[in-house]
Design a protein around this ligand. Sequence first.
Ligand code: PLP
Length: 403
Amino acid sequence: MSQFPVRDGELLIGGIPLSRLAERVGRTPFYAYDRQLLTERVAALRAALPPSVKVHYAMKANPMPALVGHLARLVDGIDVASAGELKIALDAGADPHEISFAGPGKQQSELRQAVAAGILINVESFREVAELAAISVASGLPARVAVRVNPDFELKSSGMKMGGGAKQFGVDAEQVPALLDEIGCAGLVFEGFHLFAGSQNLKPEAIIDAQQKSFDLACRLAESAPSPVRFLNLGGGFGIPYFPGEQPLSLAAIGDNLARIAERAASELPATELVIELGRYLVGEAGIYVTRIVDRKVSREHTFLVTDGGLHHHLSASGNFGQVIRKNYPVAVGNRMPSDETACETVSVVGPLCTPLDLLADHMALPVTRTGDLVVVFQSGAYGFTASPQAFLGHPACVEVLV
Ligand SMILES: *Cc1c(COP(=O)(O)O)cnc(C)c1O
């Protein structure tokens, strides 16, 4: 994982050798996120995209407040999916005008908070429009809304499909004209559309296809809108490589295609701001999970390294967060980064939980270790800490640091 340099056999996080960082943190396990890598990631992305396309951070990927605070200064907006995330985004200093709120079951209390905050609400049902109409009358603040559309197509080759077919997300494209009528009648401030076809895609042609179809669909739906479209969120789905053989997503063709869409938007949907929303692509590669080896056991000739961390902190690395076939995340021993002469052995890295699901690396070649060494799981900046069942089995919670 070349994004983190190595010096004297130690992985460097934010320029700090891992053992020293572990001392500084004071305990293991922990997550560490590298500020500089986050900054560089956003810069590289912007360099590949047309300047008119806005970049939002979908903060469910990693809602650590310090990280959101760092990213809020780099991106154009934050997408939240609960009132809890909204609080973090507002605390981080994000401009409410550039915060949007999606999610299939927004409760009345959350909608009231969102209206009071002045953020954009991506409505996902007729009920939400009716609730917002009542809230707007009662508060005197007309709700700002966009319609989250469940498109009539799917994102091909996607790790997780979130649009097309029957879905709990958004409103089916064929029902959107009726919903737009209700938004107009209720006097809500209509601002545009939100389409999100899916996640973790490493095929530029699939992302291009989805963005193209999303734009065409938005143009068709705009004909039924109560006012001009000002905001069009084309989704994201940009993936990162997790497993052997996966290549980083190439942005060049996606950027070219977005430039063509931006040109079309200038004539077909004038005054519309184009937005893409990315979660893991912005943060996933900037983070590691660090555990300490507490035991080494040989069972019938297979070696297990037992660590103080596992599934309860990092469900996705254990293979239990949406994977169909379990594969190993990239793993290293961060205080024994290998050189050509390093002696390696094949081991499995497990956690302390009483379940065979608690597996961080299965039959992997790693340098020969000792108790106390630090096992690192890469690609851990997204869907780690908050996407894991930390209370399971009652071990201590882990720590997060931004370095
Ligand atoms: C989860 C989610 C995202 C972020 O997905 P990533 O794969 O992390 O980029 C973006 N938008 C919506 C609507 C989501 O639900």
